[in-house]
Design a protein around this ligand. Sequence first.
Ligand code: APR
Length: 281
Amino acid sequence: MEELIERAARDLVNSKYAIALTGAGMSTESGIPDFRGPSGIWTKDPEAERRAYQTYHKFLANPREYWEERLGSPSLLGDLEKVKPNPGHYALAELEKTGILKWVITQNIDNLHQRAESKNVLDYHGNAFKLRCADCNARFDSEEYDLQRLREEGKLPPRCKQCGGVIKADVVHFREPIPGDVTHQSLEEAWKCDLMVICGTSAVVYPFADLPRVARQRKTETERKTETGIYAVEKIPAVTIIELNAEPTPLTEEGISDYLIQGKTGEILPRIVEAVKRIRE
Ligand code: APR
């Protein structure tokens, strides 16, 4: 483990454009269950997962009923107001402050990267504390709408303050398209980076799981001296991909990632940051 942590720190220090991809495993040490781990929400309640696949179509069919249900039932992730970032979140925020980490692209809706003061965060599956217009894609902080009062006054669904369109939760439900601005920028970052550290995701949900494969496709040219002494141009992978996860994923098995550091992100990431600081001294 120590060797891999040193290797990851050196790769980060030598990188020119590093980004992080994160999933639910990042937040389990903050008390939020993941989905497909041994005690994951879907692992323990497959029926809940089946219901989650209906949510978006319910919104399209009857947005008022969608909101009635949403305001009437507790979140599967528990009370996200009460949870706090863990050392893993703070370590990524620190890597950003050092100038090494450029962006965090997260599948998590829990806003914990932002609360750990990461500045450049892309909420790939939306944010639980925001609302989004289904027509013009404008986003609002949830507090900008008094949803309970709208419910009492029979004025659901909420309407967009910019275009009058129907407002939905910002979170992206299964079978809902990822908002275009997020898709565009995520692909740009995946294509631009020369180091990608992937933290706490089973990497089975698409299109997010495409991002490491996009990065892996990027090659760079290098000259290599052949036996005959002439120089040949060779295409080599342009990106180093590191996985931090409690268990191997399809990225590990398919060789998309260069190496896996198996363990808890809240324990490994702070040790990597310490090693980065030592190397930079
Ligand atoms: N440190 C490292 N890895 C962890 C930790 C931890 N503390 N806790 C759990 N893990 C690992 C699990 O073993 C699992 O491999 O993190 C992974 C979490 O995977 P999922 O539960 O599938 O979560 P994620 O990949 O984020 O799911 C993607 O699916 O359900 C939808 O929209 C939801 O954004 C979510 C998406």
